[in-house]
Design a protein around this ligand. Structure first.
Ligand SMILES: [Zn+2]
Length: 82
């Protein structure tokens, strides 16, 4: 079998179509909150703001929704080790 594991967490057959079941979400790179929104978009690119920590910038973490839990876990692990 060519596709295994991770692949089938992200894709499913919907009738005869193979569709992505994962949804991309934007996450704050500073605190890991999903509570981010776009404050500006133009020639300079998108600017995001985080409601939780007040982060503002064009850099944002974009991950699959089903990877968010792992992302938070890893983030917490890191801060504990620090
Ligand atoms: Zn934040």
């Amino acid at each position: 079998m060519l596709f295994e594991g991770v692949f089938w967490r992200k894709y499913k057959f919907f009738g005869e179509y193979l569709v992505s079941v994962s949804k991309k979400i934007k996450v704050c790179p500073m605190c890991g909150s999903r509570d981010v929104y776009v404050v500006d978009g133009g020639v300079m690119g998108m600017v995001y703001r985080c409601k939780q920590c007040g982060y503002e910038g064009s850099f944002i973490v974009e991950i699959d929704e089903d990877e968010y839990e792992d992302f938070v876990k890893n983030k917490n692990k890191k801060s504990v080790n620090d």
